[in-house]
Design a protein around this ligand. Structure first.
Ligand code: GEM
Ligand code: ZN
Length: 375
């Protein structure tokens, strides 16, 4: 039996793989960081039968509460990712599985590869409404790509979506795939109407280096990009620096920053209630946006989420907080679960790539309903 992670977004360290009923593995930390939780590896099965896989350092990972009621995903074809029996004893995470085929992949969530990212942005550019722009390069030399969809113009709103600042939150790029596909659908009335009213700047992957490296939370040099928005730099956080510069050039009337959450088994948003400029106008926009989502999909809820920031106490190093304050605009962090939506559980797949993509499509409807009120 062999175990490897030498591929796009791979992350595992083999401690001892001599006994298939006691495979000892560990998750590697993000480079120059203490964060770790994302795992993605391949097991080549030799003898058949049950395999017992221990992630021995799960108990000291970044978000230990993320392992409660969590089941890992597995795939034979790297397309369909299904949940597998997983237990956490407070120290190690144990996957017990009998492969049906020679080779099987395991991961924390359905991976979104850099190749798929390239396919997404290059197929999008084929649309007459879409321009593929490169803002600059990351520290590992990858493009920081933004899709400009629609045209700016007098009276038109400027809508920004950023995703996957935290590279292990791959559901964020699945969300963007669904959002982009719908926005470019020439038969979709809400999308066509939106492009009459707004221009969109979409960053499907804010952290390509961390994604390829198999990181949970940081870029190539250990920077948590979602703590860099107040004072980004080209040598620590060029990803944020470059996007901010573009935002200054375009302005922002709505910003959605797409993430995943390790612990809470729900979809939810975090708003700008703690920013200094928060006011009734922004609150009513937030309420309308949430009301639309609550009415169109059971996948969204507004009861469970992060504690609300106290007035004036928001952390302005956080993307959606900084953008909301800087541009006095509606800005949300949107969170999807690594586990499942416990209001509508799917015991075979949990929260999945497909549900993330569909949720991205639903968020387009919410934007459609608020776009006229953004200013
Ligand atoms: C969070 S996102 C924080 C959003 N907070 C507010 N008030 N807008 C983080 O970055 O720690 C969780 C995540 O990473 O998804
Ligand atoms: Zn995140």
């Amino acid at each position: 039996m062999q175990i490897s992670a030498n591929f796009d977004s791979g992350n595992i360290k083999v401690i001892d793989a001599t006994a298939q009923n006691n495979i000892q593995l560990a998750i590697n930390k993000d480079n120059q960081s203490d964060f770790y939780q994302w795992f993605h590896f391949k097991l080549h099965n030799v003898n058949g039968g049950e395999h017992v896989i221990h992630l021995t350092n799960a108990g000291k990972s970044a978000y230990v509460e993320g392992w409660k009621n969590y089941n890992a995903v597995a795939s034979y074809d790297r397309e369909t990712w299904f949940r597998v029996p997983t237990e956490f004893d407070g120290e190690k995470l144990t996957i017990t599985f009998t492969p049906e085929y020679d080779s099987v992949y395991f991961a924390y969530f359905a991976p979104y590869s850099y190749e798929r990212h390239q396919d997404l942005i290059h197929s999008a550019q084929l649309s007459i409404d879409c321009q593929l722009q490169v803002l600059g390069q990351t520290l590992d030399g990858r493009d920081m790509s933004v899709l400009k969809i629609g045209e700016a113009g007098e009276g038109k709103k400027v809508v920004w979506l950023t995703a996957r600042q935290h590279p292990g939150e791959s559901m964020a790029e699945w969300f963007m795939e669904g959002f982009i596909e719908r926005l470019l659908d020439e038969d979709d009335g809400a999308a066509r109407s939106l492009l009459n009213d707004a221009v969109f700047y979409l960053v499907p992957n804010m952290n390509p280096d961390g994604s390829v490296r198999g990181h949970l939370r940081t870029n190539a040099v250990g920077s948590n990009l979602n703590r860099e928005w107040q004072t980004p730099s080209m040598d620590k956080s060029p990803e944020v620096y470059l996007v901010r510069e573009k935002m200054f050039a375009t302005g922002v009337d709505l910003h959605l920053d797409i993430h995943g959450d390790e612990a809470l088994p729900f979809n939810f948003v975090a708003g700008g209630e703690g920013t200094p400029s928060y006011n009734d106008r922004i609150k009513s926009l937030e309420d309308k946006f949430k009301e639309v989502l609550l009415n169109i999909t059971p996948e969204f809820q507004d009861d469970k989420g992060y504690d609300k920031d106290e007035p004036g106490k928001a952390n302005l190093t956080v993307g959606s907080c900084w953008v909301g304050e800087q541009f006095k605009c509606l800005a949300f962090t949107i969170e999807m679960p690594f586990k499942d939506n416990d209001l509508l559980p799917d015991h075979s797949f949990g929260w999945s790539d497909a549900r993330s993509s569909l949720f991205g499509r639903d968020v387009l409807t919410a934007i459609y309903h608020v776009v006229g009120d953004l200013r």
